[in-house]
Every structure is written in C-alpha cells, then in structure tokens.
Design a protein around this ligand. Structure first.
Ligand SMILES: Nc1ncnc2c1ncn2[C@@H]1O[C@H](COP(=O)(O)OP(=O)(O)OP(=O)(O)O)[C@@H](O)[C@H]1O
Ligand SMILES: [Mg+2]
Length: 418
C-alpha cells in the first residue's frame, strides 16, 4: 500500500507529516493548540505552508465521502469548512493499516459552542447561537442537503464585523438530494432538536448556561424558529408597480424573528411585476448603529438604525443594486432622508432628532399602508404625519417639560403605532 493524496491542488508539504504514526501520537511541536469541539474521531490542528488545517482521522471511504460533500457545499455557497485533501494508504511502522485523514482548512476566528460558553455569556448569546444555527440549517435544506446529525458540536460559530454566523463542520452524515421532501426536513429537524436540547442540558449541568436559559423550551424552540424562517425565506415577494409594501412587510417579519436582511435580489418578470428574494443574517448587538454611522454619519439608537438601514437597503435594491453601498448611502441621505426631515416645519424639527423624525415618518407610512391596504408615497406619509400626528398632539402630551422650559430642553413624546 502506498500513501495517496486526493486534493484539487496537492501541496507537497502534505507528504511530510508523520503519516505512519496515529494522529493521537503526533509530536506536539507540529500540533497547533486551538479549541475544538467534542468528537468521536481524533481531530488535531497543524500548519501547512503557514495555513492552519484540521486533520481528522477517519476511514477512507468516509473521508472521501465527506471531502466530496464539503466541496459540493462550498460550491453551493454554503458556509462550511473547506476541504483540502484526503490522505489514504497510511501504514504504521509495523506495516499495519491506519485510518485515512481528512484535511480541512481551519476556519479562522471560529469557535466551537463550548468555547462560546466558556466565558460568561449573556442569555442573548444562546439565542443568537441558535438563530445562526437555524439560518445555516434552512440554507442547507434549501440546497437539498439533509444533515442527519445537526448539532451544536457539528457547527462552528464565528463573529465577524457584527455578524454572528454558523458554519457546518461535520458533513459526514449528510446527503445531497435534488430537493428535500417535507418528511426529510421533518426528520432532520427532529434530530437537531434532540441533539441541541441535549447539548444545552450538558452546558447547564456544567454550570455554563446563563440561568435565564431553560434548555428544554429553548431546544424545542429550534423547530418553530426553523419553520418560521423556512417560510419567510422560501416565500419570494412579488412587487407590483414598485409598490414596496409587501417587501417592507416581509423584512419586518424577518426582523421580528431576530434576523436581518443580508441581501435583496430583484428580478423583473414578463408581466411587469418584480420578484424579490431575500437572504438573512444574524447580527450582534449594536451592529446596525455601527453600520449606519459608518455609511451615513448618523449616530442613532440600534432600533432606529435598523429601521433606517432597512429603508436604505430597500432603496438600494430598487434603484441601484450594483452600486457600492457607500455611494448609494450618500445618495439616500440626499434624496430620501434629508427631504423628509426638511419637510417637517422648522419649529418641530428642533424638538426631535432628525433620525427620530425619519423613523417616525416611516412608522407612520407603515401604519397608513396597513390601515388602507395600499402603498403610501413618502411625500404623502410626511404630510399626513405632520398633519395628523404632530399638529394634533395636544401640547401637554406631546411635550415633556414645564411651561417655562426653553425650546432646547423639551422633548417630543415617542409615538408608537404597534
Ligand atoms: N476545519 C476546521 N476548523 C475548525 N475546527 C475544526 C475543523 N474541523 C474540525 N474542527 C473541530 O473538530 C471538532 C470535531 O470535528 P468533527 O465534528 O468533524 O469530528 P467527528 O468525529 O466527525 O464528529 P462526530 O462525533 O460528530 O462524528 C469540531 O467540532 C471542531 O471543533
Ligand atoms: Mg462532529
């Protein structure tokens, strides 16, 4: 038997690892110490030409299968670890066969879930983790991949510029089909719920789960999260005559489930309608405020920022989808944001932050569109907001502060429609 390397591009460096030694006994000086999840197989990290890789010792048939699946998932744009090579034909010094090795690129800045919970996580962290896993799961199912062993251990988590993303790390048990049936999806969810609940219970037993998180309802909630997200992401939105209301509704639904818009794609249909597809992402606290200030210089609260960015993203998708977001953001400030703020009479403008005015006008437009069941132009919404909301508000309800306080110190009451 001779050593064989299966790879798209086989790095000669690969041949010089001690393949005649079981992975467990590899000398420490070639091993890179990094956190790793629990697994049946032995996994260790090494550096190949300056790039850290994971080596998993596993039977040749399974190594090759997983290698192939990982290549296919990468080609389908699924967040997963990238396959580098399979090394087979290993024998030890006594001539006994050793298992093959699957080599994948180490996913930089990624953490196994136990490492995420090793410091004191906020209750929110467990939920964000689950949201990220749900999103990965929905994406896998959308491309026909049944995981058959979805768990927190078979996932890696990464925080990147405010986004919180889950990557598939263990594809061994999976299969790719042209399309998954509802039954196949249901079976996969059952396994995931069972695995994740067990993992959360383990964390709790080890004192690593925040007290506010109860493993059973949180684990079970994975099913509902999945179903809702599957429904929203697999229902394309039809837009007629540039009526943005259905798109706004769709984005709100996504937001209410804890997800954000990652990308909006719009295609024109023959009958003049537009078909919009949305992809989602999970973000960290404070992400929207940071993104808005970077793009527009507007420094606002997180929820306001999310609303403003949804408008900006919708504007970009419908006016200039290929333009860079910095350029579109500048134009959005000039053409959308400022005209609305400027339409509000000077005396009212001084009492409310411009971003809050904009936010409230959008809320009012939403409220009007829901009530009247039609698209409301922004000009119409501004006029109605000034007329029906600002002017009709009795002074004492609209304005906090004593009668003799100066204009600069009084604040408008927040207006809520939900
Ligand atoms: N490319 C990689 N980048 C970062 N970490 C990795 C990578 N590959 C493996 N790991 C780490 O090694 C752990 C075990 O890998 P994996 O789940 O593939 O092993 P396994 O033995 O097949 O697992 P199981 O027991 O679920 O069958 C992962 O949880 C992860 O922490
Ligand atoms: Mg695993």
């Amino acid at each position: 038997m001779s050593l064989a390397v299966t790879a798209a591009v086989a790095d000669p460096d690969l041949l010089f690892f001690p393949w005649d030694t079981p992975l467990e006994e590899w000398p420490e000086d070639i091993i890179v110490a990094l956190p790793r999840g629990i697994s049946r197989h032995i996994v260790r990290f090494v550096s190949i030409n300056g790039v850290i890789h994971a080596v998993k010792e596993i039977e040749e048939h399974f190594a090759k299968r997983e290698y192939q699946l990982l290549l296919e998932l990468t080609a389908l744009g699924i967040p997963s670890v990238e396959a580098t090579a399979v090394v087979s034909g290993r024998v030890d010094k006594q001539g006994e066969a050793l298992p093959a090795a699957l080599i994948t690129k180490h996913l930089e800045f990624s953490l196994p879930y136990r490492a995420v919970f090793s410091s004191t996580p906020r209750p929110d962290t467990a939920i964000r983790l689950l949201d990220a896993l749900t999103l990965l799961f929905v994406r896998l199912h959308s491309v026909g991949f049944s995981w058959n062993d979805c768990s927190l251990s078979n996932t890696l988590f990464r925080r990147d510029a405010g986004a919180f993303a889950a990557y598939l790390v263990d594809a061994e048990t999976g299969d790719i089909h042209p399309k998954l049936s509802d039954g196949q999806r249901a079976y996969d969810i059952d396994t995931a719920v069972l695995n994740v609940t067990g993992e959360l219970m383990d964390l709790q037993a080890g004192g690593r789960l925040p007290d506010a998180v109860d493993p059973i309802p949180v684990g079970l909630s994975l099913r509902a999260r999945y179903e809702r997200l599957w429904g929203v992401l697999n229902t394309p939105v039809l837009i007629d005559n540039n009526n943005r209301t259905p798109l706004d509704q769709h984005i709100r639904r996504l937001n209410s489930m804890g997800f954000d818009v990652a990308e909006i794609r719009m295609a024109s249909l023959d009958d003049g309608k537009q078909l919009v597809n949305i992809t989602a992402k999970v973000v960290d606290a404070g992400h929207h405020a940071r993104r808005l200030i970077r793009l527009t210089g507007l420094d606002v609260e997180e929820n306001q920022a999310r609303r403003l960015l949804n408008d900006l993203d919708g504007y970009r998708a419908t006016t200039a989808p290929t333009q860079s977001e910095e350029i579109v953001a500048h134009r959005w400030v000039m053409e959308v944001f400022e005209p609305i703020v400027m339409a509000v009479p000077q005396e009212l403008r001084r009492k409310l932050e411009p971003a809050e005015i904009f936010h409230e006008v959008l809320e009012h437009r939403w409220f009007m569109a829901e009530k009247q069941g039609r698209q409301i132009d922004i000009e119409e919404a501004v006029a109605a907001y000034i007329r029906d909301v600002l002017s009709n508000k009795p002074d004492e309800a609209a304005v906090f502060g004593s009668a003799n306080s100066s204009d600069d110190t009084i604040e408008m009451e927040a207006i809520k429609f939900d």
